[in-house]
Design a protein around this ligand. Structure first.
Ligand code: PLP
Length: 407
């Protein structure tokens, strides 16, 4: 007789991360059977031939002999100096190295900061759709994710009044993802100012996920939140994964800005939790100063003729030519997030569609509901393959949608 299965944390049943979930597992099975797939599920530039800039690689290589010891829990002093200066240049005058936390990717710092902040039952306002770690980390830190809708008809920009109506005495934080994953929305300054005013009025922590800060197209202007937040407590998250195409180095950072008295306890809590996990990956930390001091080499990729720009153009044009799709043109980030329309949308189930696309067309996309979307008629693709590959992908998507529309 076999032993009873070990029980795990109950709240895990509320948590999903489908970007690497069931569909990705099925994709691996198909690959093991010899199928060649186009996998558009993970925003992983390195998997599509993008490389981290050479001056970042050199910075790690040159310092490799200094990377044996742990660093301070908040990160290498030189890296934090560089990051603080970067945020001061952006207009956040109170950015000092002491207020910077370096982590193993933004992922770790999202979890760490929510763990530092939340008591059981505390509420966090999270966009819907969201990058699903925000909802998952809130739940796993005993909080409650309250989703505020971002709708395609509004260009996926949230309505501040609707956000304010969701606030209760338990609300602790307001999460902003800008530029947004999965929608590609880039938030205008006036909207961010409204969100700051709401946070100030209701004494909320602003948590601004800015990991795609320099991934913007067609003149879209990214506005960092910290300079607008001023004395309002604000965590701004950034990292090397996307702008510097170094996901595997696992380097992210967070600036804790705002009135020093207001953020003092949170700072202490984050420092303690940081100490418990010792420090972030040290070789990667040596690339931070080089990254921040050097040119943002993503810009060329996002300009006409650049690979990301042309990939985005291929997706935008394919959607425009489709009988069944519409999409808000992404102003930033690395994704297209189309909506299924018309006859193909009747009874549409995004998961079933994604599975059919995988099984019959060898294309892996992520269903919209994986991003805690409130509707089931959307899906996400990454803009990382070459433009031609994406045009071919959308021809395959059209085949599946044609069949569904004509059924
Ligand atoms: N935040 C957003 C919005 C993301 O899209 C991602 C990764 O895709 C992350 C955070 C995690 O980034 P990191 O590689 O720094 O952990």
């Amino acid at each position: 007789m076999s032993a009873p299965a070990l029980k795990t944390r109950e709240r895990l049943t509320e948590v999903r991360y489908e970007i690497r979930g069931e569909l990705a597992r099925r994709a691996r099975e198909l690959e093991a059977q010899g199928r060649t797939l186009v996998k558009l599920n993970i925003g992983n530039p390195g998997a599509f031939g993008f490389r981290a800039p050479e001056h970042l690689q050199r910075a790690i290589a040159e310092h490799i002999h200094d990377t044996d010891p742990y660093t301070h829990q908040q990160g290498l002093p030189t890296a934090r100096e560089a990051l603080a200066a970067h945020y001061r240049r952006r207009g956040a005058p109170n950015a000092t190295p002491e207020r910077v936390f370096v982590g193993n990717g933004v992922s770790e710092l999202i979890d760490l900061s929510l763990r530092a902040l939340l008591n059981p039952g505390d509420e966090v306002l999270v966009p819907s759709p969201d990058y699903p770690l925000w909802t998952a980390a809130t739940i796993l830190n005993d909080g409650c994710a309250v989703h505020y809708p971002c709708r395609p008809e509004d260009g996926y920009l949230p309505d501040p009044d609707a956000i304010e109506r969701l606030i209760t005495p338990r609300t602790r934080a307001l999460v902003v993802i800008n530029p947004n994953n999965p929608t590609g929305a880039v938030y205008p300054r006036a909207l961010l100012e409204r969100l700051v005013a709401i946070a100030a009025k209701h004494k909320l922590l602003l948590m601004s996920d800015e990991i795609y800060d320099e991934v913007v197209y067609d003149g879209a202007q990214f506005q960092p939140l910290a300079p607008l937040a001023g004395d309002v407590p604000c965590l701004s998250f950034g990292g090397l994964s996307k702008v510097y195409r170094a996901c595997g180095w696992r380097i992210g950072w967070a600036l804790l800005s705002g009135d020093p008295v207001a953020v003092g306890e949170l700072h202490h809590a984050m420092d303690l939790l940081g100490a418990l996990r010792l420090c972030a990956n040290v070789p990667g930390q040596f690339a931070i100063e080089a990254a921040i001091g050097g040119e943002a080499t993503i810009n060329g990729l996002c300009a006409p003729g650049g690979r990301l720009y042309e990939a985005r153009r291929a997706v935008v044009e394919s959607v425009a030519a489709s009988r069944h799709l519409s999409m808000v043109t992404p102003g930033g980030a690395l994704y297209g997030y189309p909506t299924v329309t018309g006859a193909a949308a009747v009874g549409f189930d995004d998961h079933g569609f994604a599975l059919e696309l995988l099984e019959t067309q060898d294309v892996l996309v992520v269903p919209g509901t994986s991003f805690n979307a409130l509707r089931r008629d959307q899906f996400r693709v990454t803009l990382l393959p070459e433009a031609d590959v994406l045009r071919d992908v959308f021809a395959r998507i059209e085949r599946v949608l044609d069949r569904r529309a004509d059924a």
